[in-house]
Design a binder for this molecule. Sequence first.
Ligand SMILES: C[S@@+](CC[C@H](N)C(=O)[O-])C[C@H]1O[C@@H](n2cnc3c(N)ncnc32)[C@H](O)[C@@H]1O
Length: 373
Amino acid sequence: MIDTNTYTFIATAAAGLEGVTKRELLHLGFEDAKAELGGVRFTATWPEAFRACLWLSTADRVLWVAAEGECRSFEELFQLAKAAPWSDVLPRDAAMPVSGRCARSQLMSVRDCQAITKKALVEHMRSAYHTATLPETGPRYQVDVALHGDVARLTVDLCGDALNRRGYRTWNGEAPLRETAAAALVRLSGWRGDTPLHDPCCGTGTLLIEAAFYAAHRAPGLTRAFDMEKWPRVDANALRDIREDARRQYDPGLIPPISGSDIDPEALKLAQRHIRQAGLEGKIKVFQKDLRDLQLDGENLTFLTNPPYGERLGDRKQCESLYKAMKPLMARHPGCRLNVITSHPGFERVAGMKAFKKTRLYNGRLECAFMRF
Ligand SMILES: C[S@@+](CC[C@H](N)C(=O)[O-])C[C@H]1O[C@@H](n2cnc3c(N)ncnc32)[C@H](O)[C@@H]1O
């Protein structure tokens, strides 16, 4: 039986990126999108939620919120989990692994929270399907129990692999930027996707690929699979139509000149491989060059880059000397804009420039500033 009801979902996002993810959801037509710590809440039918999975570039996952409520005891958690409408969504043979997290809550044992949630879920399913056994041989419904303070949230993941796994990055260089963070920087940079863009420390090419996807209206999840595509109550034809529509919208002809350079030939080999795997061969040019010697032709240029941060003690001097080269780089390219992310608190002082806009966000565990000059 196909389910046409609407449900509550959360698109999870890294700290500092919730606002960008909310703007993406609003742009996709989810008018009730509301940002909260660590994500954005919205309501949708299953096919609409699939559209969010396919198109969101800055979110980590899309989760169905099965239940939420205050839980100060394991009994309260058990009752909350048992009452959740699992059987409206999960078939009798659903595989139901349960993961868990606790932060500042009275129920501190993650293992116990997982075990209790699983027990309640199994009891619910047995009673709903009038059966003593649940084979768990069917499609996967990854359940998560998250306690934050004394509020428990029970969710099911629609995605499978996290959304940053677009399918093009198979090998990580040193300190690569997550695809979702790179997509957020493209959006925060103010670049509109129709003028030349260059990354002078391009590493494995993540920023360049995400910029090209943005310019070409390419859904980030276009060529990957999602767990929910195997769920029997979801309208498979509707999902196929949504993917087909995304395929039609992708237009590589819209990509303006996008290029990258790096001092490290090994990183450039990886960049080339990722560009090929993203289907963007011939659309993005990369070459070896020290940023200090970089000279590009053309006007209206946007530099977007994730340079080394000098986190390790010995590296700081070297990275600061690179920061000092950024102002001359701008001077050599009149009219250009520069966008930089770094965890180095003294970037502006070292570079001798003041950003006109700064956004705080996390790159992995590192608190960073994204600065626009
Ligand atoms: C943090 S990594 C960039 C990671 C990249 N965003 C990615 O996703 O793979 C910094 C890059 O700056 C490059 N780099 C360091 N010094 C450089 C210089 N003087 N000129 C150009 N590139 C440089 C390094 O080789 C490295 O690939």
